[in-house]
Design a protein around this ligand. Sequence first.
Ligand code: IMP
Length: 454
Amino acid sequence: MTVTIVGAQLGDEGKGGVVDIYGEDVDVVARYQGGDNAGHTVVFGEDEYKLSLVPSGAIRGKVGVLGNGCVVNPETLFSEIDALRERGLDPRVKVAERAHVILPYHRVLDGIEEKAKEDSELDAGTTGRGIGPTYEDKIGRRGIRIGDLLDPDSLRSKLEYVVPQKRALAEDVFGVSASGGSSGGSSDGVSTDEAFDISSLYEQYRRYGERLAEEEMTVNAGAYLTERIEADENVMFEGAQGTSIDIDHGIFPYVTSSNPTAGYAATGTGVGPTTVGRGEVVGIVKAYLSRVGTGPLPTELVDDDEEELADEIREKGGEFGTVTGRPRRIGWLDMPMLRHAAQVNGFTGLAINHIDVLAGLGDLQVGHAYELDGEEIETMPTTTERWGECEPVLRGFDGWSEPDWADVASEGYDAIPENARTYLEYISDELDTPIYAVGVGPGREQTVVVESPF
Ligand code: IMP
């Protein structure tokens, strides 16, 4: 069967930990969108693993597949695989031949465009990993796919077509020199010299192709996964980012350039939607909100008297970007956002994380609805501009004090403080979806599993 894991909010809901906790029952973990903009932190015993591209199931020795809907930076992929090998793990990763490749010019252009937007309201606060520019090239039918890295002639002819366009874009549109020095804004300082040089790109990416072939890492993802599902194996689709930063269903334009929502688990892997739909879709919810990028956030804790509380939650929850290290913005749980997520994704279960972070903070609030033009609404308006005009209608909850979370994790759901259970059950009732798991700390053993979706 299949289980699809989807972020219900703005990313960083703790999906990696949930994928990992259910991982015991999984044979294959497949990612269906995004690239190395994702950050998963998986804590296993004393060890912490930070991954951005390799599916988190790899820590458990499962097969990890990067589906055709992903954008793959081979440099990140190999450096993560090498780092895991150095730590004694043997990650088995397969990459769809139909997945698109992030090239250095994508990262440079991502930085250039973000810099150009920095003083406007359009700045999305991207991770600088070249995600948007790579998806643009995919949709523009000028992208380079993993399959092209295995075919040097195809790689060269595609680079010869596309690189001059990218150079012209950098120079003529953005006025940034595409030769010499480092880029005008790429967060990782990719040299523009190399980023726009056809020969050096060809040599470097052809070598990546050779390594992919040598390690037998490339695959027809749809055929591979379908075969595994037909052989009665368990496949988990691991969504990256979250519903509210989905390119179609999120707070455009402050979104990522792919579809984290459950429907894309089919398109982004090549497994039929009926197969995905026969499985479970688990929404991962953080018990409050955090946001790494820009844009409105109706329940954000920003008033002078709320800053201290936001700082406390940020510190306690480790709310700093896994990929960028940026401090995350903090807000109360936003129920209209979750109702929207439940509708778009069709959740069959919920995993609610970080309830430990809210312990000891006193009474809590939740954005139960919004007020917009004098009316109360229970879900998100379709435009981000209107969303920015929403005032939260807050509902108060009694807080809970800090128990020994390790005991709670081992004793189970009933050991969760009563007020926290009231809070959890409110979320479950509002979304009409059962709770499958509750995260009470960052470690693998700090999750209360109520029910396994497998
Ligand atoms: P991009 O995905 O790097 O293009 O960034 C677009 C938007 O998505 C920005 O607001 C990022 O902060 C946000 N974003 C991308 N990946 C993640 C993630 O894994 N967690 C949270 N936000 C993300």
